[in-house]
Design a protein around this ligand. Sequence first.
Ligand SMILES: O=C(O)c1ccccc1N[C@@H]1O[C@H](COP(=O)(O)O)[C@@H](O)[C@H]1O
Length: 214
Amino acid sequence: MTVQIKICGLSTPETIDAAVEAGASHVGLVHYEPSPRHVSLEDAARLRGRVRGKAKAVLLLVNADAQTTARAIDVIRPDVLQLHGSETPEWCGVLREKLDLEIWKARGLRDAGTLERARQYVGHVDRLLFDAPAPRQEGALPGGNGVAFDWTLLADHDHQVDWALAGGLTPDNVAQAIRETGAPLVDASSGLESAPGVKDVDLIRCFCEAARAA
Ligand SMILES: O=C(O)c1ccccc1N[C@@H]1O[C@H](COP(=O)(O)O)[C@@H](O)[C@H]1O
């Protein structure tokens, strides 16, 4: 099966184009002010327009309230909404029922217990995205930290919903990650940067090549 590839945290037309040309199936736009990858709604809408018909646009929000979520969707018109905070299964389900787009829920995997608890989202989301757990320090981002988790947690797991692998993926480790977990979709952000929030087009290309060659 061909692995799907999401490149997240894109903020310029050049890096958006590089991701699409390299064969990314999904591009991610982060609308979350504390992130170095935050893009305004207007910029996100412009970037989204560049990929229409070429790749799916994923809007990443973190614990956004109903009004902010509705406004962001109205302006950006993404194909996918990725929820990367502590959104409940019920809230994901409400959004999935009301909105004509895919709902993905990110879950940090610390141990087998956290993987088991992720099952609460089955039936409420279109995809679970497994990431490293959020660092415990005050003010830390809930994702985009370039930290990998123990992939053996996913080996032989009985997935009951579509899923994706994220967390510290780079051109150097993505093939091994795919082989060890069987991930159908891989998602990378900070591992493709020359500085926080600054994507490197060569790293984007190398990542897509390595994922496809796995
Ligand atoms: O990228 C961010 O700044 C970000 C902020 C808040 C929540 C999630 C964020 N990124 C997502 O985190 C995972 C893992 O990223 P990384 O490859 O380890 O940097 C990925 O889904 C990003 O889209």
